[in-house]
Design a protein around this ligand. Structure first.
Ligand SMILES: Nc1ncnc2c1ncn2[C@@H]1O[C@H](COP(=O)(O)OP(=O)(O)OP(=O)(O)O)[C@@H](O)[C@H]1O
Ligand SMILES: [Mg+2]
Ligand SMILES: [Zn+2]
Length: 420
């Protein structure tokens, strides 16, 4: 991508009314645009990150044996009346009447729609187990929207649903999802705290939350200072009490952001929506369900919270919008520009995603913008070094500079990226 032809509006100043670092940086680095409070558009750079996160999630879901589908945002209220969640979720639900006078809502989640869909097609134990997932927009009229895409009224979620004949099958699927979640977060450069949680409005039994500690967190966890073992915050918790796990450290309360939540639902939805199957013994039984959500757009904010410095974002390589940024510092120097062009073409050919800052801007501006948008590697082409046949490769994360002969650069980049 050539920056001069790209749509990448960066901001020098911190936008007014923003507190969260991730909110500030996602606006300043041209990832998102705020249309109104809690409503965000994704700009080309932000969409690149989103797609990379989505693809990691897809790979892990597919590996776990789940099948992708795509449900609807538009949902009739009568479906929600059958589970009673038109009432329990009334606060966040965005409701309206369509032109025929039918009560509708924009889906805040999809248990009702998927259960109704599965009941239509699944009749026999032979068709089970099955796990379905989607990556789609959810709509919730959130009251607190001050942290940007962390809590938006329209946001992107990956939601998966498992359907089993028995509890044993559910446990197996739950374990698969649990492991898939661990893989997803690791690949996105995050190291979440996993706590057994209260399943709240979702109903059902066992559930786990995946959280990362961050100053803007709205959830709480209790973590040991020594073994780092973490749990949900329970009533009667005493700050500084001894850790029962290692007997060594003390327990501290920390704020955290919830990134994912997995639930064993059991028959809550299959009972109320009559999603039944015919078992080997010829009896009709409710399908046993699990549901598994990840806030895909919230993940982007979480990654920024976990990985940034004074100058801007530091993308973990697997989710970075580009692999390398080529910085010819003097746009009016033909030799620099032609070398930059050569590199750019080489990368295009070998499937390496490169952004080239070919704008007629000062070197200072280019460096600032590069640090702000946080591409993992900068290829710095300066007139003076180039006269000696040298270019520089600089890591955004460690700031380490590798000086290379200009012919060696492409091979070095390939080598570094193949390690990812
Ligand atoms: N308003 C929102 N904006 C962005 N992501 C969200 C929002 N609400 C929920 N999520 C994400 O979707 C995931 C699954 O949704 P779920 O219904 O379990 O969330 P939740 O319990 O309502 O989350 P929270 O407690 O943060 O409101 C959450 O773990 C979170 O990452
Ligand atoms: Mg919520
Ligand atoms: Zn401990």
């Amino acid at each position: 991508m050539l920056w001069s032809k790209y749509f990448l509006p960066t901001l020098k100043e911190i936008p007014i009314g923003t507190e969260a670092v991730s909110h500030q940086l996602s606006l300043r680095a041209g990832l998102v645009h705020m249309l109104s409070a809690g409503v965000y558009c994704y700009l080309p750079l932000g969409l690149r990150v989103l797609k990379r996160v989505e693809n990691i999630i897809r790979e892990e879901m597919n590996n776990a044996g789940a099948h992708e589908l795509f449900l609807t945002c538009l949902q009739p209220i009568d479906l929600w009346q059958r589970t009673g969640r038109d009432k329990t979720l009334a606060e966040v639900m965005i409701r309206f009447k369509d032109n025929k006078g039918k009560q509708m809502c924009l889906g805040p989640t999809h248990e009702e729609v998927i259960t109704d869909l599965v009941r239509t097609y699944v009749q026999s134990y032979r068709q089970l187990p099955v796990t379905l997932y989607q990556i789609q927009s959810k709509f919730r009229d959130e009251l607190r929207t001050r942290f940007g895409i962390v809590r938006a009224c329209e946001f992107i979620m990956k939601d998966a649903y498992s359907f089993d004949v028995d509890k044993e099958g559910l446990n197996k699927n739950y374990q698969l999802m649990y492991q898939a979640y661990k893989n997803i977060f690791k690949r996105c450069g995050l190291n979440p705290i996993i706590v057994e949680a209260d399943s709240g409005a979702m109903g059902g039994d066992l559930s786990h939350e995946f959280l990362i500690t961050a100053p803007i967190g709205e959830d709480h966890v209790v973590q040991c200072s020594s073994c780092l073992d973490a749990q949900g915050l329970k009533e009667g918790f005493q700050e500084g009490s001894k850790c029962s796990k290692c007997g060594n450290g003390t327990l501290q309360k920390q704020v955290a952001i919830e990134l994912g939540h997995i639930f064993q639902l059991g028959t809550k939805y299959s009972d109320s929506l009559e999603a039944l199957y015919l078992d080997v013994d010829g009896k009709r039984k409710p399908i046993i369900m699990g549901c598994y959500g990840i806030g895909v757009s919230r993940m982007i904010a979480a990654i920024i919270e976990a990985s940034h410095d004074q100058a801007g974002i530091i993308w973990p390589s697997q989710v970075a919008p580009f692999d390398v940024e080529i910085l010819p510092l003097q746009a009016n120097d033909p030799e620099s520009m032609s070398l930059a062009q050569n590199y750019y073409q080489e990368f295009l050919k070998s499937g390496i995603e490169a952004l080239m800052d070919d704008r007629d801007e000062t070197a200072g501006r280019k460096f600032n913008d590069a640090d702000l948008i946080g591409v993992p590697w900068k290829i710095i082409i300066g007139k003076r070094k180039l006269a000696e046949g040298l270019v520089e490769l600089k890591s955004r994360k460690t700031q380490e500079v590798i000086v290379l002969r200009k012919e060696e650069l492409v091979a070095k980049v390939r080598e570094l990226l193949s390690k990812v």
